[in-house]
Design a protein around this ligand. Structure first.
Ligand SMILES: [Zn+2]
Ligand SMILES: [Zn+2]
Ligand SMILES: [Zn+2]
Length: 369
């Protein structure tokens, strides 16, 4: 059920016609002057139950391969996209042919950025989204697949295209609710209209990286010295991640946290970490920080960066501390300290929705922007 036909070779878009033009076209169509470009069949006028004007083949014309997949729902989805795009000042056209493809809806920004929305309502097991996307990007046109049945990852190591959008072939799940209402899952579930509006106005954008602040997470624990019973605070770096402007975060290339026991150097030595821990335990009124220095250990048979009692100086060995951290991992109230290590970027494709007024994660290829 297309929205486009040709009248003596001139493109006609059904939803752009006013009542008079529609009636005039009906008169012309009776003489067979209206045709579909792709299959050359005669086109006739029809209005859907939802009041959407479109074109149909002659009754009983049989299956047409060029228009086989066009359901009423597909028609409805296209018209919603067109209306939303025009609402934010983009030009929007249905069924626009390009080299090796036809865009369901082609939208063009005032600056000339072109984006093709493709609506896939049928289950198509072998759709090669990357190749089909490539035809469009080679033509200077970005694409977003709105798919009702997104293809699951084919191999174990491939990521789920919904959880981790593929910037080479971005897909978003399209859900059809009752009565041809559509929802779309980008960073969150919203109406099709809202998704198109947000994408085209840059409120949400596909970003290949998370860009923001690199943060170290440090966990604290307090214990008594095995020898003099003085209480002290221990600290351990447990993770490192980058938090994007949008609030999404990803693990960063952490300093290797395994092989931590009896290491000659430890991330906990760092001056900024010690300062942040000191500030935090002051707030918490926790006991003084343990000492951390290079110590010869009989137990370990080597010299390593060891915690020791601030009062009596005895080493609080790493075997003992590994037990402490193991216990701490099961304590949900364990105090944590976050320490900024400055701006950083991690490869992690995501739908980026920064807070109002903030810039999204670093500029990259994205539908919309
Ligand atoms: Zn046809
Ligand atoms: Zn002690
Ligand atoms: Zn982001």
């Amino acid at each position: 059920m297309p929205l486009v036909a040709e009248l003596e070779g001139v493109r006609v878009v059904s939803i752009d016609l006013d009542d008079d033009a529609w009636d005039a076209l009906r008169a012309r169509s009776r003489g067979g002057a209206l045709r579909f470009r792709d299959c050359a069949s005669a086109a006739y006028l029809r209005t859907s139950r939802r009041g959407l004007r479109h074109f149909v083949h002659a009754p009983g014309a049989g299956h047409c391969s060029a228009h086989g997949n066009e359901s009423a729902a597909h028609l409805q989805a296209k018209s919603v996209i067109i209306a939303a795009a025009r609402g934010v000042g983009w030009r929007a056209e249905p069924e626009v042919p390009g080299p090796g493809y036809q865009a369901d809806v082609l939208v063009t920004s005032p600056a000339g950025v072109r984006l093709n929305f493709e609506v896939q309502l049928a289950r198509e097991e072998d759709t090669d989204y990357r190749t089909r996307s490539l035809r469009r990007t080679a033509d200077g046109c970005r694409v977003l697949w709105l798919t009702r049945y997104p293809l699951p990852p084919r191999r174990d190591w491939e990521s789920d295209p919904l959880a981790v959008p593929d910037p080479r072939a971005p897909q978003a799940r399209l859900v059809e609710n009752d009565g041809q209402q559509f929802s779309v899952l980008v960073d969150r579930m919203c109406s099709l209209e809202e998704a198109v509006t947000d994408l085209l106005s840059g409120k949400v954008a596909l970003r290949p990286q998370i860009a923001g602040e690199r943060m170290l997470s440090v966990v604290l624990a307090r214990r008594a010295c095995w020898s003099c019973r003085a209480r002290m605070t221990f600290w351990r770096v447990i993770g490192e991640h980058v938090v994007g402007a949008c609030g999404r975060w990803a693990d960063a290339d952490a300093e290797r946290l395994d092989d931590h026991a009896h290491a000659e150097n430890k991330p906990e030595q760092a001056r900024d970490i010690r300062a942040a821990v000191a500030a935090r335990i002051k707030e918490l009124r926790w006991p003084a920080m343990a000492s951390l220095s290079s110590r010869a250990s009989k137990e370990a048979g080597k010299t390593y960066m060891a915690f020791s009692c601030w009062q009596c100086g005895r080493v609080q060995g790493d075997h003992y501390l590994s037990q402490v951290w193991h216990e701490a991992a099961y304590n949900p109230d364990q105090p944590e300290v976050l320490i900024s290590r400055g701006a950083s970027v991690v490869e992690a494709a995501h739908w980026c929705r920064p807070p109002e007024g903030a810039a999204p994660c670093r500029i990259g290829p994205s539908p919309g922007h």
